[in-house]
Design a protein around this ligand. Structure first.
Ligand SMILES: *[C@@H]1O[C@H](CO)[C@@H](O)[C@H](O)[C@H]1NC(C)=O
Ligand SMILES: *[C@@H]1O[C@H](CO)[C@@H](O)[C@H](O)[C@H]1NC(C)=O
Length: 324
């Protein structure tokens, strides 16, 4: 009996999830399997499958909710709302998957995290594009699209051009299936964007964070047009709050603005979230500002996750204050 426990203990050490590394999909899925649980009778977490990919992989979502009905801090007295977070819409953004996993662990293991789960229910999709992530890990590190083939030579659609809002290959995307910005043959032609939009329509989320890289930037709708959203000043305020909180952690400067300020982009997920009624949708571009780009060294994973967690905590507080 003792020997069995000892072996189990060794296995635990050998296969403990390492937040300092970019983990493979295999390791991430094993880690997620530990999330079906109930922490001290307070927080319930469930792993759900929200869809399948072209290569028949599951798209997993972890749901973390409390039984308590009362909210705390700036959310006090308001009905409890939910927030959706995704990573890896572009698989080459390795830091984005790493952040969502770090953040899950933060929610699960820390007092500050528990406080956030008391304020909001959290729905987290660490790997929205698992086919692309496996391909980026194994064959082409800078892969951006999914793996749905157009023909033998031209594979994949840029998911963040495929959502059904302002979809237009001529507007920041591409109609060429060989191009890495290929918008797909039609809005929501892809299983991954379909899965996430179903979720957005089913559950009335108050906030959405699409975690990407790189650029050190918090951006908000609209992207497909230079027109402002009606509540632009509120979104700008919360983006600013988040960017300043991120900056103050390690002095790495984050900025904020409307997505289309530099160039318009059609069919992006944060615009769709807004159109689907999610009041506070943002695209969060993590480190860096171009030195390493998508090849952010592993020794920057933890500092990036720390500053981004600070940013999300401050952002969530802003959402509490501003939401009705
Ligand atoms: C695949 O489609 C692209 C774009 O239409 C075309 O240029 C290419 O020749 C096609 N490849 C094959 C093998 O049909
Ligand atoms: C990029 O970030 C580094 C580290 O924070 C900083 O020293 C540098 O000035 C930044 N460059 C630009 C162009 O913002």
């Amino acid at each position: 009996m003792n020997q069995i426990f000892f072996v189990a203990f060794l296995l635990q050490i050998c296969f403990a999830f390492d937040f300092n590394k970019y983990n493979t999909l295999d390791k991430i899925e094993k880690y997620l399997a530990t999330f079906n649980s109930n922490y001290q009778g307070k927080v319930t977490s469930n792993v759900e499958i929200i869809g399948k990919t072209f290569e028949k992989r599951n798209i997993y979502m972890v749901k973390m909710v409390t039984r308590q009905k009362t909210q705390c801090g700036s959310c006090k007295g308001k009905s409890k709302k939910a927030i959706l977070v995704d990573g890896g819409i572009h698989p080459r953004d390795f830091i984005s998957h790493a952040f969502v996993l770090y953040f899950l662990n933060f929610l699960k293991t820390t007092q500050a995290g528990f406080y956030l789960v008391k304020k909001f229910d959290w729905y987290l999709i660490p790997v929205l594009n698992p086919d692309g992530y496996v391909y980026a890990n194994n064959l082409e590190r800078l892969w951006r699209k999914n793996r749905n083939p157009f023909n033998e030579t031209c594979i994949g659609t840029d998911l963040n051009r495929n959502y059904g809002i302002g979809w237009n290959p001529e507007n920041g995307g591409s109609s060429n299936p060989c191009n890495e910005l290929y918008s797909g043959p039609a809005p929501f032609s892809e299983l991954e964007s379909q899965a996430e939009s179903r979720l957005m329509l089913k559950r009335a989320f108050i906030g959405y964070l699409s975690i990407q890289s790189f650029g050190q930037l918090w951006i908000y709708p609209w992207g497909f047009t230079t027109d402002p959203v009606p509540d632009k000043s509120t979104l700008d305020k919360c983006a600013k709050t988040a960017a300043l909180a991120a900056t103050s952690r390690h002095g790495v400067v984050y900025n904020w603005r409307q997505t289309s300020q530099r160039a318009t982009l059609g069919g992006i997920s944060s615009d769709y979230a807004k159109a689907a009624g999610i009041k506070f949708p943002f695209e969060v571009l993590l480190r860096d500002n171009g030195t390493f780009g998508h090849l952010l060294p592993e020794n920057q994973i933890i500092p990036t996750c720390e500053e981004t967690t600070d940013a999300v905590v401050a952002w969530a507080d802003c959402v509490c204050v501003e939401m009705v």
